[in-house]
Design a protein around this ligand. Structure first.
Ligand code: ZN
Length: 501
């Protein structure tokens, strides 16, 4: 057996190579989504395919695997970070090793093509052109899940890839509790006879002024301009290449001020998590957010619980008036607060209010379950989508652009990801209760001081990166088990007050 010292050395060398490849792929992906001319897609797809192949080879390389096994067999002979790195890498390796290399490379190429076609299909309301690409991704994703865990339901395997330990059993219980509380609450809101005015949100808001708002919001979110930047895309996201380089994106609508505003706060929430990971693991595979749900808990915490609170709006409103004097000349801070919290059934998930948001996620959850347990064919997805929007939200979907084609996730092969948005929202509601116990949250927020909140979250969540499993991390942060009741109570209280129910 090789010595533990040489095993650790080889293991760390390979990890650094992997980091370099991942960095290059990340930059190319960011470039592809922001500024790449579309004609470059096939070539970029090939390059990404080659880099993925190199990563695959590194992660499944015999010497690397042997070094990792030596570390795993001698857990007490290495430091805790190295031990945890080996555990995490071994989980990834087991998934990768279950997929034949040619199929893995084929998948990377298929994913790049699907992503490119989806952009066009969405613009042209053309599901038919996207269909063969989506069928291929669904088929391959299901096949890979069966390679990895042959004895487990496919959809549970997919959920576990984004959130270790999350199952349909847990989610069925979660969504039924959420639906039981939110559907009657929405009904009360819709029949109470009160409707906030929102006309001013949809006036003309020039992009150049909205860009100034983006800069301001990033500063309020304590984002260091030396290490962060905001690009423009169709569907906003955040990407990080270590805490030294975290990039967010937004999409400007000149006929609505709040879309980009909340998108920037949301993505800055993701970025804040990445920027505050402990230095000692920043370049390690442990140096990123631990799971999608925990990540979404942070973005949605800042977007909704903080960003849509009255103290925050009261603080921000003078700046909004300064940037948009004409558009907001007949509006008060309180009216703005009511407008950005208006609840009503709508078509687009990313623009949904806090109250109906989880119902949008439930539509996607139900459809993904059916796609992967074989009860729904991909070609029938648009009709099934429209039927569920009618059932859960009571609305008719006029076209696929505003329906099944609206999200980029499925075109990127992200199946099993959506539930994390709803679970993440629920995590945030439990966190704010504890934060209020420890801090003068609303006093700080009303002065635009978010650093104390970020420090509190860094202490409990951010600094750990992937050092703990998501469930353990959150139970430690919550000082007990996760309880969705915090979420339903939070929404009940907020909307009862907003609509004077
Ligand atoms: Zn997000």
């Amino acid at each position: 057996m090789e010595s533990i010292e040489s095993a650790v050395r080889l293991f760390k060398d390979q990890l650094e190579k992997l980091r370099v490849y991942n960095h290059a792929m990340g930059v190319m992906n960011y470039d592809m989504e922001t500024v790449m001319p579309k004609g470059a897609a096939p070539l970029v797809g090939e390059t990404l395919g080659a880099l993925s192949e190199a990563c695959y080879r590194l992660q499944t390389d015999e010497a690397f695997v042997a070094a990792m096994e030596t570390i795993l067999q001698n857990p007490d002979a290495v430091d805790p970070i190295t031990r945890r790195e080996a555990e995490r890498m071994n989980e990834d390796r087991e998934y990768l090793a279950s997929i034949p290399l040619e199929e893995y490379v084929e998948y990377q190429v298929a994913q790049t093509a699907a992503s490119s076609v989806w952009h066009e299909a969405k613009v042209n309301n053309d599901f038919a052109s996207f269909l063969p690409h989506l069928e291929k991704l669904v088929e391959m994703t299901g096949r890979f899940a069966r390679y990895y865990k042959p004895d487990q339901p496919v959809y549970d395997t997919l959920l576990g890839l984004y959130e270790k330990g999350l199952t349909t059993e847990t989610l069925d219980a979660f969504f039924s509790q959420v639906r039981g509380a939110l559907v009657p609450l929405l009904e009360r809101v819709m029949t109470c006879g009160r409707e906030p005015r929102t006309d001013f949100l949809y006036r003309f808001y020039p992009k150049a002024q909205q860009e100034k708002l983006t800069e301001y919001l990033m500063r309020i979110m304590c984002m260091d301009p030396d290490h962060t930047v905001c690009g423009e895309v169709e569907h906003p996201f955040t990407t990080e290449f270590t805490k030294a380089d975290v990039r967010i994106t937004t999409h400007y609508h000149e006929d609505a001020v709040h879309y980009s505003m909340y998108s920037v706060i949301h993505e800055s929430g993701h970025a804040t998590y990445e920027l505050n990971i402990a230095d000692e693991i920043a370049r390690s595979p442990l140096g990123s957010g631990v799971s999608m749900s925990v990540h979404e808990s942070q973005s949605r915490f800042f977007e909704n619980i903080i960003g849509r609170s009255e103290p925050f709006i009261t603080f921000l409103f003078p700046k909004l008036r300064e940037l948009f004097p004409e558009q907001l000349k007949d509006v008060t801070a309180h009216e703005f607060y009511l407008a950005v919290n208006k609840a009503e059934p709508s078509l687009i998930r990313t623009e949904a209010d806090e109250l109906t948001y989880a119902l949008h996620v439930m539509v996607r959850y139900e459809l993904e379950k059916q796609l992967f347990n074989g009860t729904l064919a991909v070609k029938d997805l648009p009709a099934a989508w429209n039927a569920l929007y009618k059932e859960y939200l009571g609305i008719d979907v006029p076209n696929d652009t505003q329906g099944v084609l609206q999200d980029s996730h499925w075109s990127s092969g992200l199946f099993g990801y959506f539930p994390s948005y709803a679970v993440g929202s629920a995590y945030g509601a439990q966190l704010i209760k504890l934060m209020e116990r420890d801090l003068d949250v609303w006093g700080n927020v009303s002065e635009g001081k978010l650093q104390p909140l970020i420090d509190w979250l860094t202490e409990r969540i951010y600094r750990y990166g992937c050092r703990l499993d998501p469930k353990d991390l959150m139970e430690q942060a919550f000082e007990g088990p996760f309880d969705p009741k915090y979420f339903t109570d939070y929404l009940e209280k907020k909307y009862t007050e907003l609509y004077q129910l």
